[in-house]
Structure formats: C-alpha cells, structure tokens
Design a protein. Structure first.
Length: 198
C-alpha cells in the first residue's frame, strides 16, 4: 500500500487527532489532488480538524482554495477555525480576500488573533479601502497588540493622507506605536522635501 492510500485510511479514522495528522501529511506531500482530499474536512465536526484543513489549504498554495477559505472565515462558528482560515489566505492575493479581511474588521470582537491576522495581511493591498480599515484598527481597537500590527502595516502603506492619523497615534499608550508614528511622520516629511527639491 502506498503512502497516499495509508493517509486516506487515516483520514477516515474516528480519532480527530489521527485525521489532523493525516491532513498535515497531505499538506506536506502536496499530491495533485490535495485540494479535493482536504476540502471535505472543512466541514468536519471537530473544530481542530477544520482548522488543520484550513491551514493545509494555505500550504498547498492552490488558488482554487481561496473561495473555500473565505467562506470558512466568514461562517464558521469557532473563532480558532476562522483565524486559521484567515491565516491561510496569507499565501494568496485576491480582491475577494481583501473584502473578507475588511469585513473582519467590522465583526464583533471576541479574540485578538483574527484582527491581528487581518491587520498584518492588509499591508499586501495597497489601496484606500485597506488603509481605511487599518486606520480603524490603529485608532479604535481596544487591544494594543492589534494596534501594533495595524501600525506596522500602515507604515508599509504610508502616504500623505495619513499624517493626521499618525499625529493621533502619538498619544497611544504603546511606546512602540509612538515610535512607528514618529518614523512614519519623518518619512512623510523627508519625501515631501525630496519632492520640493526635485
């Protein structure tokens, strides 16, 4: 019996830990049909198995995974599963992913991890919608560890219209965010001087 057949048998095991390990093996092996093997486990009754399935959809880097990961991030009732789906989207770029990330900013806040993932990934989308979402996370989120991720991403996307945002961020309780805000303002000032000289 070859390795793939053995894994398929393990995937049918009633023990969720064995199913998780088998999914990880698929994510490592990346057979041509990895997507169709993993997809059924996005609706597994065990949330850890669903999380592992999402994680491995990110690892196989197949763009056909994107709609399934977006759906999981939007509808799964378990925050850990939603976090894993959002995290798996890191390997892809798509306008629908951006919409999903922005929607997450407006979700009811339960734990920090999904918002951190969103704040980190929004830097990959250099447009005004992602900047608006990051401003909300930077200036309005109660969790400093979410605001830090938002500050880092906004620094990557820095532009003149953020000058007032950075000035507001100077009153943050986090010395790291204040440091990032000062750097961002200095960068904006330097680029303005360069434009004036050029």
């Amino acid at each position: 019996m070859d390795e793939l057949q053995t894994i398929r048998i393990e995937l049918q095991n009633s023990n969720p830990d064995i199913r998780e390990l088998a999914l990880d093996k698929i994510g490592t092996l990346k057979p041509d049909n990895a997507l169709e093997i993993i997809l059924p486990f996005l609706s597994d009754p065990d949330p850890k198995v669903r999380s592992t399935a999402a994680c491995n959809l990110g690892d196989i880097v197949n763009s056909d995974s994107v709609p399934h990961l977006i759906e999981l991030a939007r509808i799964d009732s378990v925050e850990q599963v939603r976090s894993e789906a959002l995290s798996a989207l890191e390997n892809y770029r798509d306008p629908e992913i951006l919409k999903c990330l922005i929607d997450e900013v407006y979700q009811e806040k339960k734990s920090r991890r999904p918002r951190q993932i969103v704040a980190q990934q929004l830097q990959h989308y250099n447009n005004e919608r992602s900047i608006d979402a990051l401003i909300i996370l930077l200036l309005q989120d109660d969790d400093v560890y979410v605001r830090i991720f938002a500050a880092d991403s906004l620094l990557v996307l820095n532009r003149p219209r953020l000058r007032e945002v950075w000035k507001q961020a100077l009153s943050d309780e986090s010395s790291y965010i204040i440091e990032i805000a000062n750097k961002a303002l200095q960068d904006l000032q330097n680029s303005q001087k360069l434009r004036e000289v050029g």
